[in-house]
Design a protein around this ligand. Structure first.
Ligand code: ATP
Length: 313
């Protein structure tokens, strides 16, 4: 059973179906990425999971509790980090965290040690007395993460934490998330940029127009992708037609094509199928100079699903 489970969840804003039947199963201990273009419904899904927004239909369970029925119980196990950091007048980093520690009823005597620990964890110990408004965007994001961690939640929900960060701050944030994962926390993290999530997530859900278009274990998604490979091969010019005929006769082969002296085709199958077909061609007396497998990447999958560019825009 996952730590967060959504089944057929719907949320409408007027005419817009921000969530149009979302299913998610977030395994405990995973780093679960929600990827999708702007307006896909990621923020809405995160707010619903975090008990901050009521859904119109469907089922949600976080650590076995319905956030709409038992919001307090859910907030106890969950830390939410919004995608915007507000403006706080004349508040130091320590005062900021102290305010939220008090709000979550951490006893006053325990707060200084807790705050020191959290600032250490997010690498802001040198900024304990700095005005929060003077922090860089990366530092604000890390402070916001420290705030989400105040009550030591099992599950962290991070809305676009890397957006607007420079490459170094992104690496820093990524290391921090990996550290939280090693500490045993489950992390749900959103982005509209695949490369931000690819290196860190164990699971991924592609969300578009309020729907989950693909989801699951990242390695499994990759395996599914490798089920469709493009093979390019080189053979002497006078043998191209015969090789093409042999290939076309194989049920796993489609889209046989000749391009600049090379034969290309799509293979639906495993390494063994590629090896068997290669052996068959060679066994028929044809000469193969080169046999190359290309595997479609996640980026292509993402683009084919959402039909949009996953860039910084
Ligand atoms: P982004 O990365 O741009 O925040 P997102 O995937 O998080 O995108 P949501 O913020 O969940 O997407 O928005 C989903 C849809 O719901 C969008 O069409 C958005 O315009 C709409 N929407 C979100 N919040 C509201 C609101 N409070 N009132 C009206 N429409 C809203």
């Amino acid at each position: 059973m996952g730590i967060a489970i959504l089944e057929g969840v719907e949320k409408r804003y007027g005419e817009v179906m921000a969530m149009n039947g979302i299913d998610l199963d977030v395994p405990e201990g995973s780093i679960y990425g929600l990827i999708g273009p702007n307006g896909a419904g990621k923020t809405t899904s995160m707010l619903v999971i975090s008990s901050l927004l009521a859904r119109d239909a469907g089922k949600v369970e976080v650590a076995g509790k319905d956030p709409q029925v038992e919001p307090r119980a859910v907030r106890k196990v969950l830390g939410y980090m919004p995608d915007v950091f507000g403006f706080y007048e004349n508040l130091t980093t320590t005062e900021y965290l102290d305010f939220f520690a008090a709000a979550t009823k951490v006893p006053a005597a325990k707060r200084p040690a807790l705050i020191a620990d959290l600032l250490g964890l997010v690498d802001l110990e040198g900024k304990a007395d700095a005005d929060v408004n003077t922090l860089s965007r990366g530092m604000k994001q890390r402070l916001s993460l420290a705030r989400a961690l105040i009550h030591d939640p099992q599950l962290l929900v991070l809305d676009e934490p890397a957006s607007g960060l420079d490459p170094r701050a992104r690496v820093h944030l990524r290391e921090l998330i990996a550290e939280l994962s090693r500490m045993g926390k489950t992390v749900i993290i959103s982005s509209h940029i695949l490369s931000e999530l690819e290196g860190i997530c164990s699971h991924l859900a592609v969300i578009d127009e309020g729907k989950v278009k693909a989801s699951g274990d990242l390695n499994e998604i990759r395996r599914t992708l490798t089920a469709n490979r493009r093979i390019t091969l080189r053979t002497p010019d006078e043998e191209v037609d015969e090789v093409a005929t042999i290939l076309s006769g194989q049920p796993e082969v489609s889209e046989v094509d000749v391009e600049r002296g090379r034969l290309r085709f799509v293979l639906t199958g495993e390494d063994e199928d590629s090896a068997r077909i290669l052996a068959l061609v060679i066994g028929s007396g044809r000469r193969i100079y080169d046999w190359r497998l290309e595997v479609a990447g996640l980026e292509e999958l993402f683009l084919s699903i959402t039909g949009s560019e996953s860039n910084d825009s």
